[in-house]
Design a protein around this ligand. Sequence first.
Ligand code: GLC
Length: 446
Amino acid sequence: MKKIFFTAMLSMLLAVPAAAQKKLGNETDKQKSERLAWWTHDRFGMFIHWGLYALPARHEWIRHNERISNEAYEKYFEQFNPDLYNPTEWAKKAKAAGMKYAVLTTKHHEGFCLFDSKYTDYKATRTAAGRDLVKEFVDAFRAEGLKVGFYYSLIDWHHPDFTIDIQHPLRPKDTAQYAALNKDRDFKVYQKYLQNQVQELLTNYGKIDVLWLDFSYPQTHGKSHEDWKSEELLAMVRKLQPGIIVNDRLNLEEYEDGQDFTTPEQYKVEKWPEKYGKKFAWETCQTFSGSWGYYRDEHTWKDTKQLLVLLIETVSKGGNLLLNVGPTARGDFDYRADNSLEHISEWMGHNSRSIYGCTQAPDEFQTPASSLLTYNPDTKRLYVHLVDYPMGQLVLPGYKDKVKYAQFLHDGSEIRFDDGEANGVNLRLPVNKPNYEIPVIEIILK
Ligand code: GLC
C-alpha cells in the first residue's frame, strides 16, 4: 500500500514540469515558431555596416580604438558625401547571392544616424547626402522582395548625455575619474532619446521584419538592461511591430522571451545552441574580413569555400547566417565584397535548395566523411555537401534501405548506388569534381 502511494507520489512529482521560465509576455512556443517561420526558412541575410567610419576606413570602432573626441571626428561628418549610393544595386546583389533579408545599421556606436530623426541633427539629412538614406534602403530592398531589418546601436558615443563608460572614446585610465567626467551628463535624457529613435524607426518606415539592438555590457562602468530600460523598450517594440523578430543584446536573458534569437558573433558554434533547456533560434553574424565597417587596408578576407562552409554548417546546426558588407564612403560595395558575393551567387544559383527550409538532419542520419548534412523536413530530403570531394565513391554509413534515389543538386543527374559496408550505401560518384566549389548530393528518402 505504502509502496503504491510512494510510486504514485513520485510519478506525480516527475510529471510536474520544471519551474516555468520567467517571461515578459504570454506567447506560446508554437506562436513564436510561427512568427519566426519566414526567418527560419530563409536562413541567409545580409548585414550592412555603413556610417561615417567608412571615411577613415579603419574599423567602425575607430572612435574607441583611437580615443577620438566628437570635435576631432567632426571632419567625417563634414566630408560625408555618398554619391554612389544606390540601394537598388545593393538589393540586387544581396538577392543574387541568395540572401532573403538585410539588416542595415541605422545608427552605429558613433551615433551618426542614416535616417532623418527629428531628435538630432547628427544625421545624413544634414550632410551632403541631404536625404533619408534609410528610407531609400527600405524602399529598394522591399522592391526586390527582400525582408528588411534595422540595426540600432544602444551605445552612442556622440550624444552629450550618454555617460562615459568602459567602451567610450573618452574613457579615463583611472576609474576614479568616471564620476567627475560624467557630472554634466544626464543619462535620463539619453534614455528618452533612445526610446524616441526606436519609436521613429518602427513607426515611419512601414513593416520592419527584424530589429537588431546592440549591445549591453553589464559590468562595472558598463551598461545593462537597467540603463536601456530594456523591458520598457522591448514592450514598445512589440507593440509597434507585433511581428518583428528581435535579437538578444538587451541584457534580458532573465526572460525566455527577452529575445527571439541568439547571436554568436564571428565564431562557429559547436552544436545547435540551447537556452532555457531547449534548442534556441540562432543567427551567427560574420564578416568577409576582420571588420564590420569598410576597412581599406584589412586583408584577412575569407575565401569562397570558407564562406560557403559557414553558410552550410550554420544551416546544418539549425541556424541562420547574417553575412556582412561594409560599403565604402561613396556608398557602393568594395570590389572584394562584390567578388565574394558573386561566388556565393554562382553556388546558390544551383544549390540553394539545400539551404532554404533546411535544418539539422534527424539523429538517425550520420554525417558522411568530410561532408556537411542538411535536411528539409517538409520534403524529407537530405543534402550531402561534399566539402572535400571524394574519389569515385562515398559511403553513407547506416543508410541501408533508406535511400530511394540520389542525384547531384546542381544538374539533377542521377547518382547510382549499391549496398556498402556498415549497413551503408555506396554512392558511385564521377572521379571529376563537378564545377561547383562544394557539390551537393540530394537524397530522396524512402
Ligand atoms: C559588435 C560590435 C560591432 C558590430 C556588431 C555586429 O558587438 O560592437 O561593431 O556592429 O557587434 O554583431
